[in-house]
Design a protein around this ligand. Sequence first.
Ligand SMILES: C/C(=C\COP(=O)(O)O)CCC[C@H](C)CCC[C@H](C)CCCC(C)C
Ligand SMILES: Nc1ccn([C@@H]2O[C@H](COP(=O)(O)OP(=O)(O)O)[C@@H](O)[C@H]2O)c(=O)n1
Length: 305
Amino acid sequence: MTHIFLTPSSYLIPKFSAVRHHPLPPWKPPPTVTFRFLRAAHPVPLRLTLTLRPYFVPCGLSATAGDLLHNAGATAGVLAGAYTLVFAFDNLTQRKLIEQSLSRKLVHILSGLLFLISWPIFSNSTEARYFAAFVPFVNCLRLVVNGLALASDEGLVKSVTRKGDPQELLRGPLYYVVILMLCALVFWRESPIGIVSLATMCGGDGIADIIGRRFGSVKIPYNQRKSWMGSISMLIFGFLISIGMLYYYSVLGYIQLDWSRTFQRVALVSLVATVVESLPITEVVDDNISVPLATTTVAFLSFSS
Ligand SMILES: C/C(=C\COP(=O)(O)O)CCC[C@H](C)CCC[C@H](C)CCCC(C)C
Ligand SMILES: Nc1ccn([C@@H]2O[C@H](COP(=O)(O)OP(=O)(O)O)[C@@H](O)[C@H]2O)c(=O)n1
């Protein structure tokens, strides 16, 4: 009897040979469909068995009830964390305990990095990334609704904008949250690309602003709005936070990396991101788009080689 298993090709992104996927839940035989073909003058019918892998089963059918409950709880918790973070910094700004620009940058740094750190609390199911991405999706809606003045969340505006203009929400903050959502959907926990990109955009770029504003007296020749101190701090902290996040995901078993090559790759990614961030192109493209775009491209090329 001849069995031909037709299983569709896998994921949206290339699998990294050096990357070991997080142990999957206990194996259950996937649903199969068997066709029997009787062949003329041949004693044995030909059987064609089609194995439907989970990602070809409509969302929700492949996840157990426990997974759905687990992921729904994780989503609610991370969403509550997002609202709490913004509320806390609004409170600090309102009470004049920190200035608005510092509040905004700390929200920039902490929201993305804490979101990245929260990914392991979601289940191992194939649908987990969609539950995680729902959190930035809700925040996209929140930014759009308030940016278009369809609602007025004063706390959000005060803790996230430069000058308190709600329309600002539709630029840097919205691009930032869209990048968080895309990295969760496209790269998720099993790829170093999304991890390094978010660590650089959230940690590196955010710290560049904080250090640069305070100590950036020597400006970059080709961009008088940026300083050497700001860029050097982006390079150093972007590298360190990326390595820290990769180590976190490595210890949890989601990825396995050749660390000697990983240090070189992350150093290259951090350098390119720092150069891109220093360019005088903010009027053309926000650095919450240019930096992650450059980071994901260089990370994809270097981690795939
Ligand atoms: C201020 C922000 C971006 C502006 O960047 P830039 O223009 O200064 O370069 C960040 C906006 C954050 C957003 C309002 C909330 C995002 C929450 C996140 C999706 C989930 C965080 C969960 C965690 C557990 C706190
Ligand atoms: N490489 C950098 C980045 C920012 N900065 C300082 O941080 C401020 C805000 O930086 P930015 O324009 O990138 O701010 P966002 O667009 O990230 O909010 C700049 O005006 C500089 O004072 C710096 O000195 N060097």
